[in-house]
Write a protein that binds this ligand. Structure first.
Ligand code: X8Z
Ligand code: ZN
Length: 608
């Protein structure tokens, strides 16, 4: 399933046609196993067909944002919702029958859907979703230049300033400029939340947040407790990184901008959402033990184009024994930002027909960050291709959504200096003492994101539960950012604001806990695949590039799709059956020791 329709199919569904409501009300005989089997086979075939139509329309809607394509995308999304809702209700009839394990799982998956009793509400829900997606893709910050002319900047341009500038006033302007766009669709979001909750309640969930938390083969409360357990495991590492970053930011921006205690202003982290601090590496790198190598510089100097960037990633997967990407991938993907039209640039992976027609949509630039993101996106694609062998469409999905997000990141953990040397991107011999620098750079994306990826949905769970009302959206958002991330808004918090909506996944209603889980899982996968490859050294130096044995192990799990509960998939690759932060902590252990030493020295110096 492609990223977008997958969300629709598993999470958001749907409508109850009036006719099926009537049919359900009539007394019916107890169904047989044979009837259930036929129902499931028919449902699978019907959803498969509708999914293809909806994926195609969604692709066009995100690639050419106009009122017409938005209407077409929402039309097909709605038809899909209609079917998933109807089938979710009908599926209840077969609960309690003695079915095969596969069929019992299909029956359960079918019932994880929204159900709209009123077709008008379903239509409104799909319309709002397409409209918010379009609004996010089109949003621009416009200001007057010195000569009086208007200058309008798209998100990508503002992100570039945040990544590279150290001019505090400029950073603040970009940050506030982007966050001034989302209030335009705040009202729509609030309405959408109400509708979505109605759909979740029809299906017996407390609200949409509870339905999201039910997607992990455990009760929703148990899932929330798991998330908290995982956060507590990794929190000390985050705190060490945050403390070290504070000292370095104080040196750069001064004590008036960066306080000694309390939250740090959010616009100083090199990223619009302060979720990835990679761009701060030049400020933060160790005085010794830092690699002089700069991948962005090499990619720029060589004028590496978007297709070549993608080919580097493809070659990693084929080195593991996986297939080449189909020719249609290269013909149909969008790899660069078009000059003449609005598109949703946020990277995504799609499968249109659940077979060979796979594509990505990404505005690739020659940077180290995009080099990683392209490996991430192809992870989705290779997962899609692998589980397309599952006969049932209902099993065409990741073991859970965290698995889907973790595959490409697992591969990207193997982008080590040795690997870059092997593929000719690094000319000199990799330094042997650059471990701390390398680990710090990784931590700036993998550790920095942890409280962010935990709390995006913590915020939404409360919004969907009705605990956070629209007038308090920003108050609650910033309370979480301050408490967990230690960052604050670079300006007053306003009851009319909608800062959460400045994040793609909120505007497009894509759940986010998946990235938190993926952060843990990718280190578990990496450790398991390195072991499979016979590697015994420190985890951060391991690259599985070219190792067919590790590739086969990964492929075997990918082919399972969502046919089994996720602990079985995790067992197949790692022997473990719990998502756990210990592999991540093991990977970063040398860095944790180093950070704590640095922080102790900084604290002593502050005291003097
Ligand atoms: O959205 C993404 C991917 C597409 S699934 C590019 N990521 C999250 C984000 O950008 O917020 C990857 C890491 C977190
Ligand atoms: Zn992804």
């Amino acid at each position: 399933m492609s990223v977008t329709p997958k969300i629709i199919s598993t999470l958001l569904a749907t409508a109850l046609a009036a006719s099926s409501a009537t049919a359900l009300a009539a007394p019916v005989a107890k169904p047989t196993v044979a009837e259930a089997e036929k129902f499931l086979a028919d449902a699978d075939a019907r959803l498969y067909k509708l999914n293809t139509d909806s994926a195609r329309a969604g692709w066009v809607g995100s690639n050419f944002i106009t009122d017409d394509t938005e209407a077409i995308a929402s039309f097909f999304a709605e038809r899909y919702l209609d079917a998933t809702g109807e089938l979710a209700l009908k599926a209840r009839r077969y609960n309690g029958l003695k079915l095969s394990a596969d069929d019992a799982r299909k029956l359960k998956l079918l019932q994880l859907s929204l159900v709209f009793a009123d077709p008008k509400e379903r239509e409104q829900y799909a319309t709002l979703q397409a409209a918010m997606n379009g609004a996010y893709g089109k949003a621009k910050y416009c200001s007057k230049k010195a000569d009086g002319s208007d200058q309008c900047l798209a998100l990508g341009e503002m992100e570039k300033v945040l990544a590279n500038s150290r001019d505090e006033a400029k950073l603040k302007e970009m940050w506030l400029g982007w966050h001034a766009q989302s209030p335009a669709y705040k009202q729509k979001y609030a309405e959408y939340v109400e509708l979505s909750n109605k759909g979740a309640k029809q299906m017996g969930f407390a609200d949409t947040g509870a339905m999201w938390r039910s997607l992990y083969d455990m009760p929703p409360d148990a899932f929330a407790a798991e998330m908290e357990r995982l956060w507590q495991q990794v929190k000390p590492l985050y705190e060490s990184l945050h403390t070290y970053t504070r000292y370095k930011l104080r040196q750069t921006y001064g004590p008036d901008v960066v306080p000694l205690t309390g939250p740090i202003p959010s616009h100083l982290f090199g990223n619009m959402w302060a979720q990835n601090w990679n761009n701060l590496y030049p400020l933060l790198k160790p005085a010794s033990g830092a690699s002089a190598f700069d991948l962005t510089k090499v990619l720029e100097q060589r004028k590496t184009d978007a297709k070549q960037m993608t080919q580097y990633a493809e070659r990693f997967y084929t080195s593991l024994g996986m297939r080449q990407l189909p020719a249609s991938f290269w013909e149909r993907s969008l790899l660069t930002k078009p000059r003449d039209r609005d598109v949703v640039c946020h990277a995504s992976a799609w499968t249109i027909d659940e077979k060979e027609d796979v594509r990505i949509k990404m505005c690739i630039t020659p940077t180290a960050e995009d080099f990683t993101v392209i490996h991430h996106e192809l992870g989705h694609i290779y997962y899609d291709l692998a589980y397309s062998k599952q006969p049932a469409f209902l099993f065409h999905n990741g073991a859970n959504d965290g698995f889907h997000e973790a595959i490409g990141d697992t591969i990207a953990l193997s982008i080590t200096p040795d690997y870059l040397k092997k593929v000719g991107l690094m000319e000199q011999e990799p330094e042997k003492d650059a471990d701390i620098g390398q680990l710090l750079e990784r931590a700036l994306s993998k550790v920095a994101i942890l409280p962010f990826s935990y709390t995006v949905d913590k915020w939404r769970w409360d919004v969907y539960a009705g605990k956070t009302k629209p007038a308090d959206y920003d108050k609650a958002w910033w309370a979480l950012r301050e408490q967990y991330m230690g960052v604050k808004r670079p300006g007053p918090v306003d009851s009319g604001g909608f800062d959460a909506g400045a994040k793609y996944h909120v505007a497009a209603d894509v759940p986010y806990a998946r990235y938190f889980l993926a952060d843990m899982l990718q280190f578990q996968f990496h450790r398991a695949l390195c072991r499979e490859a016979g590697y015994t050294g420190p985890l951060h130096r391991c690259s599985i590039y070219g190792n067919a044995k590790a590739g086969a192990k990964l492929q075997q799990m990918l082919e399972m799709g969502t046919s089994k509960p996720w602990p079985e998939a995790l067992k197949a690759i790692s022997g473990e059956d719990k998502i756990d932060g210990n592999a991540l902590l093991e990977y970063f252990a040398p860095l944790k020791t180093w950070l704590d030493q640095q922080n102790a020295a900084f604290a002593a110096a502050e005291k003097k």
